[in-house]
Design a protein around this ligand. Sequence first.
Ligand code: SF4
Length: 248
Amino acid sequence: MSARTVKADKGGQRAVESGSGAGGRPAAKRRVPRRESLKARRERVVEIVRRLRDEYPDSRCSLDHRNPYELLVATILSAQCTDERVNQVTPALFRRYPGPHDLAGARQEELEQIIKSTGFFRNKAKSLLGMAGGVVDRHDGGVPDTMEALVELNGVGRKTANVVLGNAFGKAEGVVVDTHVTRLSGRLGLTREKDAVKIEQDLMKVVPREEWTHLPHLFIDHGRAVCRAPTPRCERCVLSDICPSSRV
Ligand code: SF4
């Protein structure tokens, strides 16, 4: 990995340059000041994204989908469930219900059987039926592409809407905040909030808009591989010199 440079903030409180250490890891520790300016934080985020893009060049939405309808369904199913499990269930689901009209007319018991292994299947089946009904009744069978319309659908909150808008429509309206994004944003000193909506607001202030959709994928990959809960593996983290929570 090549040498890296991060500009110091005004007070010059932060060391600004480091080369690469053994194994491509940063050689020198840089400290993030206790009171970091917004400008310095934005610059640090750009560096965080750059390094994580290097680490996870194939990072992307891990829910299999071919269109906005499929991603909306998969995201609703992913609550309290792994993406791998959802991806095992959705092929059969989409064969049986290829579009919103088909899903809106589904029998709840049959739908529950298909999605049972994703957990909370009764509530999820109700959400899917309500969502599909809303898409058919209010949007002529087409998944809407605005935040306002999406969050009006049954079972769709801001997080699900952000997933669909960013990954199926290419519209960056916000930042997806899940458990990994929450944990990494806190450890990296990008927010002190615990509430997802407030965390998202903090991230939108410091993350460049063109990265709003991709950043969560990077944080999820890094959260699974290195910055794990409950114990982060800081000794092998490419962000250890620009992370205020680093243990090395
Ligand atoms: S240095 Fe440690 S706490 Fe910070 S991002 Fe890396 S693994 Fe997480």
